[in-house]
Design a protein around this ligand. Structure first.
Ligand code: MV4
Length: 661
């Protein structure tokens, strides 16, 4: 077995490979870009080398530099992960030329699977079922038109060198064919530099079911059951599960054996995935073969109890597969979702930013989180914005779904918009629970999946306010100024201090007035008064709102409060105005600064006639703004400070004469 390997990747897969390698006693070399200097995979590795600037072309795609580092560090093998160089035949060849083991398939296998038409020809010769169609080399218009007529409609035009759904065009009838062919050729030429076309009968409601295969150097080849990856968005997998629902053991055997036949046809080695289209009538057809470890491999690990990275390392070290086909067992059901920094309400636009708060569901035999980030990491614009993969297992699919829903509720991220709520909507959707899966699922159900949630705005608003007040009660370090509640200045002992909180949510300012009486709060919102109790312990706020007791997590970063209610996050920006309600006593005249601070704005001037409640001066302290207001109607005689001035606690800010009663 290797003593040291290099992981030519980043993020969760790099961490995942390091985790298994360390369990096998293998030392790990990480490589990183300038943007990843403090990344988790760098910290997990035994040593790490800088590749270059953040862009992938200057870092994780730098084959030459990666191989040099492998040689320099004494790494005997390179694990490419997925993406980046994992299916780059030149890189695999360069590794071999440098005497470094490429932990993946032989170069020839990567090449063979690189072209769809070449792959299909190999599969056809190997007796692997293909969608009825044409994938030959003769690309003349006449031949293609004749083949199109034979296949029938609807049919699909596919670019032989396309991928991920790019370069596909549906032809619904004969009349559409020639224009569609011309258009598809243009797109393929532009997109892939090659306009070779395949024509296939179009399956209108297929499922995407893929088989995990493994081959070693000693003639052993096995399949490790299947994964259903039908729920995709723009050819990106969103939810994956194993085993495939409503998929019999006979179908598993038939598809598995076809996948092994496909692997043997190209003399495969290592981990591979053979993708099939599974039609409504139960027939299945080869789609493509991926010559890498897939993102979704954990669901296979959870139902087989096997560590597929360990299998990869064993095979690359010329050892035999740990199990024969008869020894492969599957148990229970696993589901994986991909947690992304993206905005489902804005066409899934990728998001960047600091993960100011990050709490993962607790890991157990039922819950696994594969992640490459920790709290306060930045999601950068340079790489795929995947934050983590959340994988659950249980004895049945229904129980696994329940596990996933709870784990999604327990996954709390603030600082960037994520797809967590969307993943909950998907997982709890009746059609998903009923396993009504096909590759058009998200489009088909978009009206319900993207329906505006009946969010508990007001509840979250009140909880945010209670959090702010409870947090201010937390004993502050001695050097920091006391919170407004603890202030005597400007307060009279027999006054009931009132705090007005202006919380901004979705760019809407919402105002709450809160009075503290004995041990409870009276919160006034939109003319309603709610009697509340609250207790804050760490990030957990226990609150009673009227007759409803609840417990929520709340995080705060600068002046952003994030309230997590089930799988929703409510962000509030807050400005706090502290006003005193004088009890009409002789306390007229000067208005003093409630604490040390800085004058932000003076809203009045000497000689001005003002009304009770008018804001005279705004000051800032402890990252909060305070409005000093006119306690009564009256006249401003003098203003003692201007914007930008520092003022001491108790400093006289305004000389004021209330009008005669
Ligand atoms: C198909 C098909 C229907 N009929 N081929 C999409 C990209 C590539 N994986 C092949 N794809 C498809 N090929 C025939 N003859 C439907 C798809 C397809 C799809 C397949 C798997 C997963 C998601 C998909 C989303 C859209 C279309």
């Amino acid at each position: 077995m290797f003593r040291k390997i290099l992981i030519a990747n980043r993020g969760e897969i790099a961490c995942r490979v390091i985790d298994t390698a360390h369990k096998l006693g293998i030392r790990c070399v990480a490589v990183y870009s300038e943007a990843d200097a403090n990344a988790r995979h760098v910290r997990m590795a035994d040593e790490a080398y800088l590749l270059g600037p953040a862009p992938s072309k200057d870092s994780y795609l730098r084959s030459d530099k990666i191989i040099d580092i492998a040689k320099q560090s004494g790494a005997e093998a390179i694990h490419p992960g997925y993406g980046f160089l994992s299916e780059n035949e030149e890189f695999a060849k360069a590794c071999a030329d440098a005497g470094v083991v490429f932990i993946g398939p032989p170069v020839g296998a990567i090449t063979a699977m690189g072209s769809k038409s070449a792959a299909k020809k190999i599969m056809a010769d190997a007796g692997v079922p293909l969608v009825p169609g044409y994938h030959g080399d003769d690309q003349s218009d006449a031949l293609l038109a004749a083949e199109s007529a034979k296949i029938g409609y609807p049919q699909l035009l596919k670019a032989a060198y396309g991928g991920g759904g790019k370069g596909m065009r549906v032809v619904w009838n004969k009349a559409e064919f020639s224009d569609a062919l011309a258009g598809a050729r243009r797109e393929a030429k532009a997109g892939f530099g090659n306009d070779k076309m395949l024509i296939e009968r179009y399956l209108t409601k297929p499922r995407h079911i893929e088989i995990q295969v493994f081959c070693d150097n000693h003639g052993n080849a096995v399949y490790l059951a299947e994964r259903d990856c039908s729920i995709q968005r723009r050819h990106q997998k969103v939810i994956e599960e194993a085993p495939a629902p409503n998929f019999s053991s006979e179908q598993r055997k038939a598809m598995g054996e076809a996948a092994v036949k496909a692997a043997k046809a190209i003399d495969y080695r290592g981990a591979g995935t053979v993708e099939f289209l599974f039609d409504e009538d139960g027939s299945f057809y080869f789609m493509e073969m991926n010559t890498r470890l897939q993102v979704e491999h954990p669901v296979t690990e959870m139902i087989t109890g096997q560590d597929l990275v360990k299998w990869q390392l064993l095979v690359a070290a010329d050892e035999a597969l740990p199990l024969s086909q008869d020894e492969v067992q599957i148990d229970g059901h696993a589901i994986e979702v991909r947690v992304y920094a993206e905005d489902p309400d804005n066409d899934f636009l990728p998001q960047t930013g600091k993960l100011t708060y990050l709490r993962q569901p607790e890991a157990s035999r039922y819950v696994r989180v594969d992640t490459g980030v920790v709290e306060n990491d930045e999601v950068s614009p340079y790489y795929d914005p995947m934050i983590a993969k959340l994988i659950v297992w249980d004895e049945s699919r229904d129980r696994a779904i329940a596990r996933m829903l709870r784990a999604l509720d327990d996954y709390r991220i603030a600082g960037v918009t994520t797809n967590l709520s969307f993943l909950t909507s998907l997982t709890e959707h009746p059609a998903f629970k009923a396993a009504e899966l096909d590759t058009n699922f998200i489009n088909h159900h978009q009206d319900t999946l993207f329906a505006p949630a009946n969010k508990e705005n007001n509840q979250a608003l009140v909880l945010a306010a209670l959090f702010i007040l409870e947090q201010q009660k937390t004993p502050l370090p001695s050097h920091s100024s006391p919170s407004p509640w603890q202030y005597s200045h400007g307060w009279r002992l027999n006054e009931t201090p009132t705090v007005v909180l202006n919380l901004i949510h979705d760019e809407q300012a919402q105002q709450l007035t809160i009075r503290e009486q004995q041990q409870h709060y009276v919160v006034e919102l939109q003319g309603q008064q709610i009697c509340c109790l609250a207790e804050l312990s760490g990030d957990e706020l226990s609150a009673t709102l009227g007759d409803h007791k609840t417990k929520v997590r709340v995080s705060r970063y600068q002046d952003t409060i994030s309230v997590f209610i089930k799988h929703h996050r409510y962000d509030f920006i807050y400005r706090t105005e502290v006003t005193t309600e004088l009890d009409g006593s002789e306390h007229a005249g000067s208005l003093t600064a409630p604490m040390n601070g800085t004058i932000v704005a003076v809203m009045t001037k000497a000689g001005a006639t003002v009304k009770a409640g008018d804001t005279l001066v705004i000051m800032e302290a402890m990252k909060m703004e305070y409005s000093i207001k006119a306690p009564k109607n009256g006249v401003v005689n003098e203003v003692f400070y201007g914007a930008g001035d520092l003022v001491k606690d108790g400093a006289e800010l305004v000389d004021f004469s209330p009008e005669e009663a």
